[in-house]
Design a protein around this ligand. Structure first.
Ligand code: SAM
Length: 332
């Protein structure tokens, strides 16, 4: 039976955070602290969770964090995941395995990750100017590493290659057009993400969000965009430039929420299931494993949790309650 929540949404997309440590301190995500708050688990434990969920209907797995490339053993973990097959009525298709990274360590790892079975990668990059990049990430000299990582991923065939940019007013809203040029020159899809209230510093307000409409207006000053039809389940609205060169996506969870098509669940680095980024509680899958649950008992636990998946988030509404964890400790 496919894994479906009580609103009829099929759950096919699993995100596993393999660490909540990060080597960047992006202003819209982290505070100035150094350490992990919740820690992480042995890869065998994540693998068992993934195997059970794939058996239940998950077809896509995205590794995230924290910064997933900080974790030694990530390549072997990808190799193990790549051996899993979706049930698909006995046909057994390979999984779509993706990774979200800040790209700092990607230049040397792109090719081995591809060889291990990674399908594609998304690199976060919030400015195409080294000084501005350093101001946002609060790390000196990161820009060149990330650019090298993006180029290595492209050379290594980690495709389609997406570059995610979170826009935050006062920091990088003027980077819209430079990123349009970057998409065209580097042959990558740049996706702008609206800033969500998931940051450690609690600086979010509606005024700090650079919305989909504003991004489109700013980009139109550079070149006209043409919308590309997209599947309802896709989170990004997609556009190409009028000459067909360069693709842009806009993920607008604040101004144009897409919760009605959400197909995701997340496992945190300490083995908790989160059914929504904005959940105010989580569900301890790893505790079930520690107490010796069988695979069938894990499956039953997961089915119960999925039925509690929230209908939608309440960002910007008077009854909004902040999520019980911030993005770096959930896994974006
Ligand atoms: N360290 C990796 C990276 O930088 O891509 C993976 C983890 S990071 C938490 C995953 C994604 O979440 C990144 O693309 C990041 O830009 C995005 N993100 C973090 N905080 C956010 C926020 N408050 N609003 C929107 N996106 C956010």
């Amino acid at each position: 039976m496919p894994l479906t929540d009580k609103f009829g949404r099929p759950i096919t997309d699993l995100r596993i955070s393999i660490t909540d440590r990060c080597n960047y301190k992006c202003v819209y995500c982290r505070t100035g602290n150094e350490g992990a708050l919740y820690g992480d688990l042995p890869f065998d434990d994540y693998f068992r969770m993934a195997r059970v969920l794939v058996g239940m209907g998950v077809t896509k797995i995205r590794l995230t964090g924290g910064e997933p490339l900080l974790r030694k053993g990530v390549i072997d973990f990808v190799r193990e995941l790549a051996k899993l097959r979706t049930p698909n009525n006995g046909h057994g298709d390979p999984l779509d395995i993706a990774l979200t990274t800040n790209g700092h360590l990607l230049a040397d790892l792109a090719q081995p990750l591809k060889t291990a079975g990674l399908s594609r990668v998304t690199v976060s990059m919030d400015a195409v100017d080294p000084d501005r990049f350093a101001r946002i990430t609060r790390v000196p000299n990161g820009y060149d590493h990330v650019l090298a990582g993006i180029r290595a991923a492209r050379r290594g065939g980690l495709w389609p290659l997406k570059v995610n940019c979170v826009l935050m007013r006062g920091f990088n809203e003027d980077q819209v057009v430079p990123f349009g040029k970057f998409a065209r020159e580097e042959g990558v899809t740049v996706r702008f993400i609206e800033f969500m209230p998931l940051e450690e510093d609690r600086t979010w307000s509606p005024n700090t969000v650079v919305t989909l409409d504003e991004i489109l207006t700013r980009m139109a000053e550079y070149r006209p965009l043409v919308e590309i039809p997209h599947a309802r389940s896709e989170t990004a609205r997609r556009y190409c430039f009028d000459d067909g060169v360069g693709e842009i996506g806009i993920i607008a969870p604040v101004s144009h929420p897409f919760c009605g098509h959400c197909s995701r669940i997340r496992i945190t680095s300490d083995g908790k299931i989160r059914t929504c980024l904005f959940s105010v509680w989580d569900h301890d899958l790893h505790a079930q494993m520690r107490r010796g649950a069988t695979d069938q008992e894990l499956e039953d636990f997961i089915r119960g949790v999925i039925q509690k998946k929230e209908e939608r988030h309440h960002i910007g509404e008077p009854d909004f309650v902040p999520a019980s964890r911030t993005m770096v400790h959930i896994g974006g």
